[in-house]
Structure formats: C-alpha cells, structure tokens
Design a protein around this ligand. Structure first.
Ligand code: PHE
Length: 454
C-alpha cells in the first residue's frame, strides 16, 4: 500500500531487481524435481535415452513456453486466473488458470511430504542417528518411518510452516531474500558432491547409464510422457508459478535472456544431480530403477560406505531441503496471489488458509505410505504417485498447451513479440514457430500416445 496525495493506493508487490527475479525463478525451478524426481524417473525410464528426450523437451517445448508464461504474467500484472481475464476479458481462457491452481495444490500436497522426509533425514544426520546402517537396512528404516502415522506428519507440517512463513513475509524480504541465500549455497554443495561422486570406483558405469543411450526404451510411449512431465515439473511450467513470478516484474526488465538462463540453470542442476547420484548408485551396486525412494534408501547406504560420508550426507540433505523450500514457496504463491486478489484477503490470511489446505492434502499423501497404503487411485499408483501423475503428466502439459495457443494464436504476431521482448530479436520467428506449431503438436502427440497407458 502507498499514499499518493493523501489517497491510499493498493500497489502490487515487485521484485527489487531483475537478478532477484531470476534467482527466485531459478529457486522455483531447481528443487526436489531436479534431485529426487529426476533421478528416479531417469532411473526408471532407462537413463541415457530418457535424458535425451528430456533435454529435447526442455529445449523445444520448455524454454519457449517459459518465456511465454513469464511474459503473460508480466504483461497482465496479475495471478494465473486474473492474467487471462485481463488479457482476454469475457473469454474462457482463464479457466485454465483454475487447472493451474489445482495443480499447485496437488503438487505442494505431495511435495511437502517428500520435503518433510528430507528434513527428517537431515535432522537424523545432524544428530548422528543415520551414520551407521540401522538394523534391517536403510530400506526397512525408510519404510518404517514413512509408514508410521505421526512422525512424517510432524516433518511435513514443519516444512509447510517454514514455507508459509517465507510467503507471509512477502516478495522482496521473504521470497527474494531466501532465494538469494539458498541458490548459491545449493550450487556449491551439488558441485562438491558431483566432484566427489565421479571419483568413486565404478563411477564410469553410472555415467554411462546416464549418458549412453539405450535406444530400445524409445519404443515405450511412457518414456515420452515421463520426459515431458519431468520437463514441465522441473521448469515449474504450466501451473502459473512463472506467470505469478513474472507479474511482479516491471516492464523494463528484458525477458528472453532471463528465461533461457533459468532453463539452462535448471537443466544443469538436473544433470549435475544425475552425476552425483548415478555413479554412486552403480559404485555400490544399487538398482537405478528403485523408484521414488531412490534418494532416501540408496543414498544413505552409499554415504555410509563413503569416506567422510556423514559430512557428505549432511551437505546433501541440506541442499535438498534448501532446494525444496525455494520451490515450495513458489507453489504456494500461486493460490495466495489468486485469493489475495479475488477474496481481498491479506497476504497473511491467504497464506494461512491455502497453506493449511495443502497441509491437509499432504496428510492423505503421507498416510498413503502407512495405513492407506492399499489406496491406489490411478492404476497401481499410491496416493503420492497418483497426485504426481495427474499434476505433472496431465495438468501441467495442458496448462502449457493452452499458454502456447493463447500467445501463439490469440495474440497477434506483433503483440506476442512485444509481450516477450522479441520484437527486435533475430530469433523471434523461431520462437513463434515453436509456440504456434511445434510445441502444441508435440504435446498433443505425446498425450494421445500415452492415453492407453494411464
Ligand atoms: N520445479 C520444482 C522442482 O523441480 C517443482 C515445481 C513444479 C515448482 C511446479 C513450481 C511449480 O522441484
């Protein structure tokens, strides 16, 4: 709020600088998705060939859509529903904004549970309890911990409270400052770990798994939807996070360079996490397709056998926790921005209400590993996997598809170039062809292909 000639004017918040925006957007992109999700999805889908499809998805669909999403937000200066309403009044485009808000609830619902596990592991390393393999092994210890009712809920709740406090403080002093501190620490930690991992005996096998494609997996349509979903999830695309963050940018900040930088950085973090995890997985003879628990079961076994493993473990889980917080705040900001505008709630009320609903969703996810482990809403997927599947492989790509069609077809060519700061760029037509034709067609084909494997 600010006063102009004695009149109170409600002013939207803004980033303090372009760097602040970039760090926050990178903080959003780099998260559990790069470390926890990337490693197990790559592990389950064959490694190298998956990596190539993933990289192509990022390059051809992800980065052009990232620019699209941020520029819609910056042009409209509103949340994910309001932006469409403002730019296309009385047209149904805004409906996709609700899909984004729904996606944010679904994702943070399970994200906070997994982040809670990371906090639990960090705490147990700090107090020395995981230094030595627990009786029955790390797998059994993980299973035992996640299947109890209250303990995981405590860590999940703690994580939600931290997320809510940062969002509550606001854009500049909360989200922007947290990212300025977290992102450089995270980058340094991961680089140190990658350097360490490649020196392990047998590291070559892990690197070969990640970088030497086994083309035979490409006949499986699931690999494509998994790679596309991973690209969207990892770039925080399609939920409206980047649109909301873009809405706190003013017009003088140029977008194309910033979005390419964000996409590059996010991909680099994923590949570096792969370089941390796969050499270690192979060095210690662990199955790369261990699924979601990969990070939580296999890595502790690895850390236990490494020299200085406990220090490495503390650094690793610290990095994972920081990465998770900087992403979860961006997920929470999506509905918070919406409810602040629509219900005229204060930031505090909007944060507490939406954060609490997400906490409750997370309770279901957490119980899905314990007393509700028999509940499999989609196929044989448990509650977490089902929510992840709907959000990442359906909601996010639809959100992205609509954004591409919106800017590529609803806007005139000139409007689209103006919104994205591409008017004088030699690459403007490349971007336009990508968002008008290539991205929508590819997303549609991948969807149709995957229809019968849900
Ligand atoms: N990109 C985040 C990660 O990789 C997760 C996320 C998805 C954040 C969608 C915001 C929106 O962990």
């Amino acid at each position: 709020m600010r006063k102009v000639k004695g009149v109170i004017v409600l002013q939207r918040e803004n980033w303090a600088s372009r760097l602040g925006f970039m760090l926050a957007a990178m903080g959003s992109a780099v998260g559990l998705g790069n470390i926890w999700r990337f490693s197990y999805v790559a592990g389950e889908n064959g490694g190298g060939a998956f990596l190539i499809i993933y990289l192509l998805s990022v390059l051809i669909i992800g980065v052009p859509l990232l620019l699209t999403e941020v520029s819609i937000g910056r042009k409209a200066q509103s949340d994910v529903v309001g932006s469409y309403q403002k730019l296309a009044p009385k047209k149904p485009w805004y409906m996709v904004g609700f899909l984004g808000i729904g996606g944010a609830f679904l994702i943070l619902g399970f994200y906070s549970v997994v982040a809670g596990w990371a906090f639990y592991y960090l705490w147990n390393y700090l107090t020395g309890q995981l230094f030595v393999e627990p009786e029955g092994g790390y797998g059994a210890a993980f299973g035992q911990f996640t299947s109890t009712t209250y303990e995981p809920l405590f860590w999940h709740g703690l994580f939600m409270v931290i997320t809510m406090v940062i969002v509550l403080i606001g854009i500049k002093k909360g989200i922007e400052l947290a990212n300025k501190i977290f992102m450089p620490i995270l980058a340094i930690l991961l680089l140190v770990l990658a350097g360490y991992s490649v020196t392990l005996d047998g590291a070559m096998e892990g690197l070969a798994f990640l970088f030497k494609p086994d083309w035979s997996v490409l006949s499986d349509p699931f690999v494509y939807i998994a790679a596309l979903g991973q690209a969207f999830f990892s770039l925080s695309l399609g939920v409206g996070t980047m649109m909301t963050y873009g809405s706190y940018l003013s017009k003088e900040h140029k977008l194309p360079g910033a979005t390419v930088g964000i996409g590059l950085m996010d991909t680099l973090f994923a590949v570096i996490s792969g370089i941390v995890i796969f050499p270690a997985v192979f060095a210690f003879g662990i199955e790369p397709a261990s699924g979601p628990p990969l990070v939580f079961i296999t890595l502790p076994s690895i850390f236990e056998q490494m020299p200085f493993g406990s220090i490495v473990a503390i650094l690793f889980f610290l990095a994972l926790c920081l990465a998770a917080v900087s992403s979860s705040i961006s997920l929470l900001e999506v509905p918070v921005a919406y409810f602040m505008r629509v219900c005229s709630w204060s930031r505090r009320v909007a944060t507490i209400v939406t954060g609490s609903v997400m906490f409750v969703l997370g309770v279901f996810v957490s119980l899905g590993f314990g007393i509700w482990s028999g509940v499999t809403p989609i196929g044989d997927r448990n509650i977490l996997d089902s929510m992840d599947y709907i959000a990442s492989n359906i909601f996010l790509p639809i959100g992205g598809l609509v954004m591409a069609i919106f800017i590529g077809w609803y806007f005139t060519k000139e409007e689209a170039f103006e919104a994205t700061d591409l008017t004088t760029s030699p690459l403007r037509n490349v971007w336009l062809v990508l968002v008008r034709y290539i991205a929508p067609i590819l997303i549609a084909i991948i969807f149709l292909n995957a229809l019968d494997i849900i």
